[in-house]
Design a protein around this ligand. Structure first.
Ligand SMILES: [Zn+2]
Ligand SMILES: [Zn+2]
Length: 373
């Protein structure tokens, strides 16, 4: 029946129980029991709000506390017409996108009017007509190697999502069968409202303002014009992306309904760590240990770059630990910032110990003289 599904789209049962949509059955049950105890009518006599909540919590648990029902519920919401509100498993309000909500009743007429799941028949073709509706925004994750994130690259991502039906090219009619003229509005898509002096037009509800109805629905998509299938989307990653960044691919999201434009695809970037290099702003960073004598006397040291090349850098005499050097143009699009760290040997040979003791004996200045102690 369409009714529960309609409710499913409108209600976030996970939010009702205060759990994440990836919560285990055990956690869901735990959350339910706690809320049910708190809200139970026996514990809140005469509290209508608590009773309402208690009912809400119970019906939420009835669905997402049951593995099979939960699967159907998740699926309905994943496929929901609400775009960013439910697309790609997102939670309402997540991701800073606010969906084009449109008219829920209308949309659901389109989604479930023909009894998608159970294959019910006999509901009029008119029911599946919807107003032009923008496609849902989708989200995908892309893991990038450190080098690629620094330099940028062109790649493609595989995703399984709603797409224009490959059988009917999204038209919704069986191949070779054209949609019929809407009888209700005689193909105009508009109905006239005569109210006193004013004559106004409103979109025809029977055909959603399109002027035509699908009489022979495509078998693949049952007239929806969309199907869920794997597809590949090319994406150009600009140089310098970081973990958490979102790349918007306009028009690569879910297909629009009834002639509406497609939604967008948001690619969430996740950059793998590099064993040597890090990043600070646009710069590449690298920590380079130097020995005590190199710090004191100065030295030329060879350091690696992201390209696999090496570069020689000059450490001036008297370099303190933590000092930073900027190597221009050696950080992909930007510079490489090298911070040197003076390595202190753990164990000394007799010769080394003698040399350091000789150095100490020859030193007269305390580095702590300014502390006055
Ligand atoms: Zn189709
Ligand atoms: Zn019409």
């Amino acid at each position: 029946m369409a009714e529960p599904q309609r409710e499913w789209l409108e209600k976030d049962y996970y939010a009702v129980l205060g759990v994440s949509d990836t919560a285990s059955v055990k956690d869901i049950t735990k959350a339910y029991r706690k809320l049910a105890r708190e809200l139970h009518p026996d514990a809140n006599p005469g509290d209508a709000a608590a009773e309402e909540r208690f009912k809400e919590v119970s019906s939420a648990y009835d669905i997402i506390g049951d593995d099979d029902k939960r699967k159907s519920y998740d699926e309905v919401r994943r496929m929901g017409p609400m775009g960013g509100m439910f697309g790609g498993g997102g939670r309402p309000g997540a991701g800073g996108y606010s969906g084009d909500t449109g008219d829920i009743g209308d949309l659901l007429g389109g989604l479930f009017g023909r009894g998608g799941r159970g294959g019910r028949s006999g509901r009029g073709a008119q029911q599946q007509q919807t107003r032009a509706q923008r496609g849902s925004d989708l989200e995908a994750e892309l893991a990038l190697d450190f080098d690629d994130a620094v330099k940028g690259l062109e790649t493609s991502i595989q995703l399984t999502s709603e797409a224009a039906c490959s059988t009917c090219s999204g038209l919704g009619s069986a191949p070779g069968k054209a949609p019929a003229k809407c009888q209700h509005c005689n193909g105009r898509g508009l109905l006239d409202d005569n109210q006193g002096m004013f004559s106004m037009s409103r979109p025809c509800g029977a055909c959603g303002g399109r002027g035509s109805v699908i009489t022979d629905p495509c078998r693949t998509c049952r007239g929806q014009g969309t199907e869920v299938r794997p597809r590949e989307v090319k994406v150009r990653i600009p140089a310098g992306v970081k973990t958490g960044q979102k790349i918007r691919l306009k028009g690569r999201g879910g297909p629009g309904r009834s002639g509406g434009p497609p939604g967008d695809l948001f690619v969430h970037v996740k950059v793998k760590d590099h064993p040597l290099f890090g990043r600070s702003g646009k710069d590449l960073t690298l920590e380079v240990p130097i020995s005590f004598d190199e710090a004191v006397l100065g030295a030329d040291v060879i350091v690696p770059t992201l390209d696999g090349d090496t570069v020689k850098m000059r450490i001036p005499a008297g370099t303190a630990t933590g000092k930073k050097f900027r190597l221009r143009g050696k950080g992909g699009e930007s510079d490489m910032v090298v911070s040197v760290e003076v390595a202190v040997p753990g164990e000394l040979t007799d010769d080394q110990r003698a040399a350091v003791e000789a150095f100490a004996a020859a030193s007269t200045q305390s580095p702590r003289s300014h502390l006055g102690v």
